[in-house]
Every structure is written in C-alpha cells, then in structure tokens.
Ligand binder design. Structure first.
Ligand SMILES: NC(=O)c1ccc[n+]([C@@H]2O[C@H](COP(=O)([O-])OP(=O)(O)OC[C@H]3O[C@@H](n4cnc5c(N)ncnc54)[C@H](OP(=O)(O)O)[C@@H]3O)[C@@H](O)[C@H]2O)c1
Length: 244
C-alpha cells in the first residue's frame, strides 16, 4: 500500500515509540490520527509537527480498553478522514507485577489495555477495512513473550496473546486486510531502568546495543508499504535478542 493520501491511526502515540511511528508514516505522506490517554500536550505538539511535514493530523484522547472510547475514536477519525487505512496497535502499559504480590486488578488491567484494547481496535477498524477498501493492521508484541523474564506475568501473557490474535485475525480479515505483528527487543528503556539493567539488556543482544524507536517505525512502514504479500507474519526487530 502506498501511504500517500492514506490515513493511519496509531494508538498510544503521543510520545516515545508511537510518536516515531506517526512521524515515519507522515513523512511517507499519510494523514495521522494520534491516540493518547494522558499525554495531551505532547499529542497537540505532534499534530503541529506532522502538519509542518505536510499531511493532516488529528489527536484523539481515549482509553483503548474501553469499547465506548474506541467507538468514539472511530467516529471522530472517520468524520475527519473517511476510512482509516492503517491501524497500529502500539498503546501499552508495562507495570512491574511480582508474582507473589500479583492482584486480580493488576491482571485485569494488563489484559484489558495490552490485549483487549488491540482486539477492540482490530474489531472496529478491521471490520470497516474489510467492508471498505481494505487496509493494514500492525500489532506490537515483545521478544520476551518467547523467553519470559520474571515480574511481568500479566503483561507477557497479554503480549503473547497478541501473536495469536494477529494470526487469527489475518485469517478472519483476509483477503482485503493484512495483519502482522512486530516483536521488538530493547528499543527505548522505561524511565525506571537502572544503568546496570540497561547495559545488561544491550549485552543480551547479538548486536551489542539498544535499538531505537526509528527501528520499529521503519518496520511498520515496511509492513505497510514494502509488500502486499505479507500477512499473519511475526517480524522480530530485536537485535538478535531472541536467539542470543
Ligand atoms: N520500549 C521498548 O523497548 C519496548 C520493548 C518491547 C516491546 N515494546 C512495545 O512497543 C510499544 C511501544 O513501546 P513504548 O515503550 O513506547 O510504550 P509505552 O511508553 O509504555 O506506552 C505507549 C503509550 O501507551 C499509551 N497508553 C497506555 N494505556 C493506554 C490506554 N488504555 N489507552 C490508550 N493509550 C494508552 C500511553 O499514552 P499516554 O502517554 O497518552 O498516557 C503511552 O504513552 C508497546 O506496545 C510496547 O509494549 C516496547
């Protein structure tokens, strides 16, 4: 799919990796719908930055785990742009949840944001794509679902579910909608990571360093524009972390 004149919605995209995906797709000519939950100021600055690049942009607040919010995001974005051609399910929470103290509420929240949210967005936007002119969905998982580390059980379970969600939806939405998943390695550390933990993560890759948000953004662009023969695929962007 040529992104020029198309519209892409990226969830949780006012800051960090999502922001870079917005800029990459905008540079390739797509109008952008930024979804944010709390980062209102960053979202409005990103709208202005994208408009300076040329394409149009719209920021919509909403919690992807709430079906009413997803329906409103669909209504507002469709009113402005017509069909959404590309959906990137990037929004995520990454709370540390040691197993010994893990609560039902923590489990429910991670599954709601990290798995149900992408499902609701795929259901809403994917159905419209399938009934309309087709489209592309890119989900975002995590390398650690294949080699889980401690203290993140609900997050890892949800991100593991994204792999199956992707393959099952690729089948459900074929042939007009392609659905793929990116599996990032260490890309951008969360704020609470210590220097020692950052170095350990870098040393755990084959390339010996962290990636950056541009690595994920370029992979998204490739899955949208690079080939229309890729669907149900799992693309690692992890510096070899999975096989190191
Ligand atoms: N960073 C890495 O190294 C890495 C590694 C492996 C996988 N990943 C995956 O790559 C993606 C991007 O990573 P990241 O580190 O940039 O993510 P992040 O900073 O943890 O989260 C991205 C955004 O998600 C939004 N969000 C959280 N809950 C939401 C909800 N209920 N509804 C809508 N938006 C919500 C937040 O928006 P607000 O700021 O507006 O509240 C946040 O800015 C994520 O899916 C992550 O799991 C990242």
């Amino acid at each position: 799919m040529d992104l020029r004149g198309r519209t892409a919605l990226i969830t949780g995209s006012a800051v960090r990796v999502g922001r870079q995906i917005c800029l990459e797709l905008a540079e390739r000519g797509a109008n952008i719908v930024i979804n944010y939950r709390t980062s209102a100021q960053a979202a409005s600055e990103l709208v202005a930055e994208i408009k300076r690049l040329g394409p149009d942009a719209l920021a919509i607040q909403g919690d992807v785990s709430r079906s009413a919010d997803v329906a409103r995001i669909a209504e507002e974005s469709t009113r402005r742009f017509g069909q959404i051609d590309v959906l990137v399910n990037n929004a995520s929470i990454y709370p540390r949840t040691p197993f010994a103290q893990l609560t039902e509420a923590q489990w429910d929240e991670s599954i709601a944001v990290n798995l149900k949210g992408p499902f609701l967005c795929c259901q809403t936007f994917g159905s419209r794509m399938a009934e309309g002119d087709g489209g592309v969905i890119v989900n975002i998982s995590d390398w650690a679902v294949f080699r889980p580390y401690a203290d993140y059980l609900p997050y890892l379970t949800a991100k593991g579910g994204i792999i199956t969600l992707t393959k099952a939806l690729a089948r459900e939405l074929a042939p007009k909608v392609r659905v793929n998943v990116i599996v990032p390695g260490p890309i951008q550390p969360p704020g609470d990571l210590t220097d020692a933990e950052r170095q350990e993560a870098a040393a755990g890759t084959l390339v010996g360093h962290w990636g950056n948000p541009g690595d994920i953004a370029k992979a998204v662009a490739f899955l949208v524009e690079g080939s229309d023969f890729i669907t149900g695929a799992v693309l690692s962007v992890d510096g070899g972390r999975l096989i190191a």
